[in-house]
Ligand binder design. Structure first.
Ligand code: NAD
Length: 253
């Protein structure tokens, strides 16, 4: 067995939500593994670009609001112009709105579902169509959550969306596995990013969460690099429809 099977040399990856947190971590990891990386984000990914430029990796950004599915053709077209054929799509962008279930508005519900669920499916569909057409396959990696497995507290729309991400990962895999398209997901545990800033500021919730993580610490963007590279690489050729938890042991508890 050669470790080359984990290399992303010569591959091109699109990563959504590339300007911060886990998306930024995945962009850096992919560039380090040899990929050309295209970051899709609402605003400039300068920090991500600088981190990748520091080791002379390849990075380009496409600015797009991922709450707007009408921008999908634009994203696919711009991504295709950057380095040629796209081989990997990481659906990382996501939002969370914390609110008692009794007070959730339909507007907030829709905004979470649009980005976390509807865009994930239709952006995947758009890239998969190009891969089905050229017959050369591809990799889709969706970012799920502990709330793909559990109910969570005060985040019902987020739980609905992330449960859907795990389900639709399997649904897409079932249809496209025979076309050399691998669709899988990563379920991060509790990671120290903007997404969990309010939780970490809440002394009681923070302590409850930390004391339940067997690894005894919050995760970091670097912690999901290995899983993200594996699922994007040739080493994962026969892995389909699976959600890989990177959670410091949270689900094992
Ligand atoms: P984050 O808030 O730093 O990152 C979210 C990213 O999504 C940002 O880059 C943001 O710009 C982007 N985004 C949000 N709305 C967008 C829009 N309309 N258009 C374009 N981009 C948009 O937090 P993160 O933790 O890095 O989150 C990344 C993913 O990981 C999300 O899907 C999140 O749900 C998931 N996740 C995070 C954790 C955690 O503990 N941090 C755990 C499980 C899953």
């Amino acid at each position: 067995m050669s470790l080359n099977m984990f290399s992303l040399e010569g591959k091109t990856a699109v990563v959504t939500g590339a300007n911060t947190g886990l998306g930024q971590g995945i962009c850096v990891a992919y560039a380090q593994a040899g990929a050309n990386v295209i970051g899709v984000a609402r605003r400039s990914c300068q920090e991500t670009a600088d981190k990748i430029a520091a080791f002379s990796g390849n990075f380009t950004e496409v600015i797009a609001d991922l709450s707007d599915v009408s921008l999908i053709p634009h994203i696919v077209e711009e991504a295709g112009k950057a380095y040629g054929r796209v081989d990997i799509l990481v659906n990382n962008a996501g939002i969370i709105k914390r609110c008692d279930a009794a007070d959730v508005t339909m507007e907030d519900w829709d905004s979470v579902i649009n980005i976390n669920e509807k865009m994930v499916f239709f952006l995947s569909q758009a890239f998969a169509k190009t891969w089905l057409a050229d017959g050369k396959g591809g990799k889709i990696i969706n970012i799920a959550s502990m709330l793909s497995y559990q109910g969570g507290i005060r985040v019902p729309a987020y739980t609905a969306s992330k449960s859907a991400v795990m389900g639709v990962t399997k649904a897409m895999a079932n249809e496209w596995a025979g076309h050399n398209i691998n669709v899988n997901a990563i379920a991060p545990g509790y990671m120290a990013t903007n997404n969990t800033e309010n939780l970490r500021k809440d002394g009681q919730r923070s302590e409850e969460i930390l004391s339940r993580i067997p690894a005894g610490r919050w995760g970091t963007p670097e912690d999901i690099a290995g899983a993200a590279i594996f699922l994007a690489s040739d080493a994962a050729a026969y892995v389909h429809g699976f959600t890989l938890a990177v959670d410091g042991g949270w689900l094992a508890r």
